[in-house]
Write a protein that binds this ligand. Structure first.
Ligand SMILES: Cc1cc2nc3c(=O)[nH]c(=O)nc-3n(C[C@H](O)[C@H](O)[C@H](O)COP(=O)(O)OP(=O)(O)OC[C@H]3O[C@@H](n4cnc5c(N)ncnc54)[C@H](O)[C@@H]3O)c2cc1C
Length: 384
């Protein structure tokens, strides 16, 4: 089988790219190794600035119908500090959160309804390039197939340990491990999104679909080890106890709340900017670059980066690589750097205490930080 484009991964980045290229008339293969619906470690918040791309993908109405309440207030919980401030208002309203077991299905189905051919579950295990053609080897349940494509988009996320984009990683104390849980019965006002900063890590809480509150967080490898020495249970349980023990705002919010389903874990994460184009392959979403989740912008960046990539591919075809790589940097590098700065402030005890003192005195810093992290930035095609 031969396609104009093969898209590896049907997370927000891959499904968006597949949808936009298929609706422009390209023949597209969308390849996803996981079975959907699946839960995922993620805070699930999507900035309002991404709504125009959801419109372009034909899923905005369904997104609004399913997602949690509009988020208009940002808060900071650290130790005994609890401060809140308005979120900056985007041109298209407020962001909302939707569980990944719903969002990823919506976006995948939108790609399929535009004509993309879905291979799921199927894992891309090898890619070979010959002149202007790529051959992808797909491992399925009982078979191994090959497909050919003129353009390959790697939208396979960030923490691949196997396959053609596997990253070799030696353990570092600063490696981040991520956890996520859904709670029912949490005492949190609708529309508020607290940012959490606790010893060795950071996180966030938000109302998501179905009356649930999601709590997601990242913690350094060394801090996780200490938390597990102090608190009992599996890693996820020890981390939740660590956050509850250190953060008054979380204690008040979750008093009497019940965890729904298992606490999910993943990692290690290494946020940063990666190749956007290499050896004839285009990278989108986390595979191209990943901001510390402290700014809750990864889904938005994934969807927006695929919109940007689709515009470049439709204009220039496979020659779009260098321009797309430049445009990506223009559009997203500032968010990645701002997120690194916030994570640096949050994860060290002295810096976190100083930042909390400053935010208590000037809550508007929270509004400014949210704007800096891209909450109101739409994607621009002229950003080359
Ligand atoms: C703790 C935490 C909280 C977060 N909170 C938020 C938040 O509130 N808001 C926000 O915007 N972002 C948040 N993020 C970031 C967000 O989850 C990611 O940025 C987003 O999922 C990236 O989307 P993606 O499509 O690039 O990759 P992914 O969502 O990771 O999708 C990649 C897909 O590719 C598939 N795949 C991988 N390799 C292969 C292969 N070889 N063959 C076939 N399929 C393959 C995978 O199965 C996966 O489904 C958070 C992240 C963490 C860790």
């Amino acid at each position: 089988m031969r396609f104009d484009a093969a898209v590896i991964g049907s997370g927000p980045a891959g499904a968006t790219a597949a949808r936009l290229l298929a609706q422009a008339g390209w023949s597209v293969a969308l390849i996803e190794r996981a079975v959907f619906p699946r839960r995922k470690v993620c805070g699930e918040f999507i900035s309002a600035a991404t709504l125009p791309v959801l419109e372009a993908c034909g899923v905005a109405t369904e997104f609004r119908a399913q997602a949690g309440p509009a988020v208009h207030t940002v808060a900071a919980y650290s130790g005994a500090t609890m401060v809140q401030a308005p979120l900056p208002h985007g041109r298209v309203g407020w962001g909302r959160a939707l569980g990944r077991e719903h969002l990823d299905v919506l976006l995948r189905d939108a790609a399929v309804s535009s004509g993309a051919m879905l291979f799921q579950p199927a894992e891309v295990v090898a890619i070979a390039r010959q002149a202007a053609q790529h051959t992808l080897t797909l491992r399925r349940v009982n078979t191994v197939d090959e497909i050919d494509a003129r353009t390959v988009i790697a939208a396979c996320g960030s923490w691949n340990t196997q396959g053609p984009f596997a990253a070799a990683m030696s353990a570092r104390p600063s490696d981040l491990f991520a956890f996520k849980a859904h709670f029912r019965g949490a005492a949190m006002a609708a529309g508020v999104m607290p940012l959490l900063a606790f010893p060795g890590g950071y996180g966030g809480m938000v109302h998501t679909d179905g009356g649930r509150v999601s709590l997601s967080c990242c913690i350094r490898r060394d801090a996780l080890r200490q938390a597990r020495e102090i608190h009992s249970g599996k890693a996820g349980e020890a981390v939740m106890r660590h956050i509850l023990a250190s953060t008054e705002g979380v204690r008040r919010t979750l008093q009497g709340a019940m965890v729904e389903d298992a606490i999910l874990a993943c990692g290690p994460l290494r946020p940063g900017i990666r190749s956007r184009y290499r050896d004839g392959i285009f990278f989108a979403g986390n595979a191209a670059g990943e901001a510390h989740p402290i700014i809750a912008e990864g889904i938005s960046m994934a969807i927006q980066s695929s919109w940007l990539l689709a515009q470049h591919l439709l204009a220039d075809g496979p020659a779009a690589g260098p321009n797309y790589a430049r445009a990506w940097k223009c559009q997203f590098a500032a968010r990645v750097h701002a997120a690194s700065l916030f994570a640096w402030l949050a994860m060290n005890n002295h810096r976190r205490a100083a930042a909390a003192q400053l935010i208590r005195a000037f809550p508007a810093i929270l509004t400014w930080g949210a704007a800096l992290s891209g909450k109101t930035l739409g994607v621009r095609h002229d950003a080359t």
